[in-house]
Ligand binder design. Structure first.
Ligand SMILES: NC(=O)c1ccc[n+]([C@@H]2O[C@H](COP(=O)([O-])OP(=O)(O)OC[C@H]3O[C@@H](n4cnc5c(N)ncnc54)[C@H](OP(=O)(O)O)[C@@H]3O)[C@@H](O)[C@H]2O)c1
Length: 319
């Protein structure tokens, strides 16, 4: 399988590293903006776009890769369920992918697994599900500065308030996408998704790998998204991101509560690693995306992302 990567940042680099160690996979890139065509027009079996979070920014890249005959995996959070952002654009690219016989999928760890694919699987042992609650507490200290500032870290109280109201500060992106993936898999009509974000101010200096945050600025944030069905809370998603979550009494963890028959509670300790988890999930999606039916699919349409390798052939072992 030939895989070309566009976006030479943290994610693209580590996905390339994982794949280059796998038998049967040829890796091209990761390429940056100056070598866009080498990635997107490569005609590789799978093109991985690991650049930004936003659908409108990645759409031209997806279009070019699909027109060149490649299946596409996109890390952009909004691409996990693009109809939640721009249904016209999502339908257009879905139709193009079907016409060209290739698959587009948006995914990573979150969205792509923690709040959606994993939740769908977790609901399997329950005969009926009445509501779902998920919670992630994430150590943000390994994130790059650009991403940290955009999600809400390193700001004064005034900057945080202005940024969240203008949309320049986004918090973690992808909750509505995850909720819609789960709703689709369970056959639920989601009415709307409500949201809140609040700052967590540093009570002392915090040092991440790429940022230093003095006392009084945001060292993290809390988000609460509420998915409403028939006027009632159906899906609650809580996300705490902090440069040192242990220091605020919240060690990293992932939890899922399924209210149903029977009720279920899952805990992942110390939680999925945001960086290594995302790169593994994307690397582990290459084979399932190459084998998937055409169109813009969601992670709920695919078999699980497994770290599968091409079986060793006997004659290779003898050499
Ligand atoms: N779904 C998930 O679970 C998941 C997981 C991890 C990451 N992500 C998302 O995936 C994206 C990449 O993550 P990362 O950690 O690798 O970020 P990163 O370290 O900041 O790297 C992003 C790379 O993409 C390039 N880039 C940014 N915008 C671009 C554009 N519009 N066109 C072409 N190249 C562009 C950047 O180059 P320049 O320096 O030239 O801008 C940089 O090389 C982020 O938006 C992140 O939020 C999603």
């Amino acid at each position: 399988v030939k895989v070309a990567l566009y976006g030479p940042g943290q994610l693209g680099t580590s996905v390339a590293r994982i794949l280059s160690q796998r038998r049967g996979i040829e890796v091209l890139g990761p390429y940056g903006r100056d070598r866009r065509d080498d990635a997107l027009r490569s005609g590789a079996d799978v093109v991985v776009v690991a650049t930004t979070s936003f659908l409108t920014a990645v759409a031209p890249d997806i279009r070019l890769a699909v027109e060149s005959g490649s299946n596409v995996i996109v890390s952009a959070e909004e691409a996990a369920f693009p109809w939640a952002v721009d249904a016209g654009l999502a339908d257009e690219l879905d139709a193009l992918a079907r016409e060209r016989g290739v698959t587009i999928i948006g995914g990573g760890l979150n969205p792509g697994f923690a709040f959606d694919a994993f939740v769908v699987t977790a609901a399997g042992p329950s005969a009926n599900v009445s509501s779902i609650r998920v919670q992630r507490i994430v150590d943000l200290s390994g994130f790059g500065e650009t991403v940290l500032r955009r999600i809400g870290v390193g700001h004064t109280p005034e900057e945080f308030a202005a940024g969240t109201s203008s949309g320049a500060i986004t918090g973690h992106i992808g909750f509505p996408q995850s909720m819609r993936v789960v709703a689709g898999a369970l056959g639920i009509a989601l009415e709307r998704v409500d949201r809140e974000i609040s700052p967590l101010f540093a009570e002392r200096e915090h040092r991440g790998r790429h940022i230093v945050v003095p006392e009084g600025r945001t060292a993290g944030f809390e988000q609460r998204y509420l998915g409403i069905v028939d006027g009632n809370l159906w899906f609650e998603a809580l996300f705490t991101g902090h440069l040192d979550p242990v220091s605020i009494g919240k060690p990293p963890r992932d939890e899922i509560w399924i209210e149903g028959d029977p009720p279920l509670h899952y805990e992942v300790v110390p939680g999925f690693n945001a960086q290594s988890g995302s790169s593994a999930l994307i690397a582990n999606s290459v084979r399932r995306v190459a084998a998937a039916p055409p169109g813009w699919l969601t992670v709920a349409d695919l078999p699980p992302a497994a770290p599968s390798i091409e079986p060793e052939r006997p004659h290779e072992r003898e050499q």
